[in-house]
Design a protein around this ligand. Structure first.
Ligand code: BGC
Length: 264
């Protein structure tokens, strides 16, 4: 797909768009996002995540996705761990060679120096859900938790993200939260929704006792089946399912490229 125009951030009436790229365990997915509506413009484009998913190999794939869109405007990319100032700090479910990598520079070097914003995957999903998805009518403190291979978290207060919270790694009853209640644990142990939801409740209670959100949003693949398990939860704070599903990471990455990490 070729774009015929080069959109820029809207200060002058030009289209308010950015390219978001979500780097996941199986796919690297990109899309151009209308930042006023949170809608994707045109189709998503996906390439398989290279195996092994080294920083170099993933950078090549990210660059290939950017080229597919012919994109030279603002660009945001997600990473499934802590990222501060463009540098990866943790790698819980990806190769440890990512730790210490300056991903902002590494991605940019394959893109003729194009500026890249890199942020945590759950933070991206949280930004998107809070503004355009399940949290859009809610004011106050929203906590998004994604359930997948691990557990990701995002904390947003009135539109402002507190980046790099890692609630998947807090200890709950002597065990890391994501080892207790990620959806990968449900699969591995072949648990029913009832059984798994007991563990999810414990994690939500630990988080709500520490930070007292107004709303939890639950995301990740398993949130597509939210009607099977969200009603079983026994924690105090209201819980709703994410609504943007597959596009949340893309939309949030695009929002970050547009400055969403630096609002005040
Ligand atoms: C990582 C988080 C990430 C989450 C979901 C966790 O293991 O520490 O940074 O958001 O997995 O990918």
């Amino acid at each position: 797909m070729q774009m015929t125009e080069t959109p820029t951030a809207a200060t002058d009436g030009s289209p308010h768009r950015a390219l978001g790229i979500d780097v996941g365990g199986s796919g690297v997915k990109g899309g151009i996002v209308d930042l006023d509506t949170g809608q994707l413009i045109g189709e998503r484009f996906r390439l398989p995540t290279p195996q092994p998913a080294t920083p170099e190999a993933v950078s090549e794939t990210v660059a290939a996705v950017v080229r597919e869109f012919g994109w030279t405007g603002p660009l945001g990319v997600t990473y499934p761990g802590v990222v501060t100032e463009g540098i990866v700090r943790t790698a819980a479910n990806v190769d440890s060679s990512w730790i210490g990598t300056n991903v902002r520079e590494m991605f940019a070097s394959r893109l003729d120096g194009q500026d890249v914003t890199v942020l945590n995957d759950a933070d991206a999903a949280g930004l998107a859900e809070e503004k355009f998805g399940a949290g859009r009518e809610v004011s106050g403190l929203v906590v998004l938790l994604t359930f997948g291979t691990g557990i990701g978290s995002a904390v947003i207060y009135d539109g402002v993200l507190l980046p790099n919270t890692e609630f998947g790694h807090i200890e709950v009853g002597g065990k890391e939260a994501e080892h207790r209640a990620a959806s990968s644990v449900k699969e591995r142990k072949d648990w029913s929704y009832e059984r798994w939801t007991e563990e999810v409740t414990k994690v939500l209670v630990a988080v709500e006792n520490a930070i007292w959100p107004d709303l939890f949003i639950v995301g990740g693949g398993i949130s597509k089946k939210a009607d099977k398990w969200v009603p079983l939860l026994k924690n105090r704070t209201p819980v709703v399912a994410a609504t943007l599903q597959n596009s949340a990471g893309i939309v949030g990455a695009a929002m970050a490229a547009d400055g969403a990490l630096h609002r005040h």
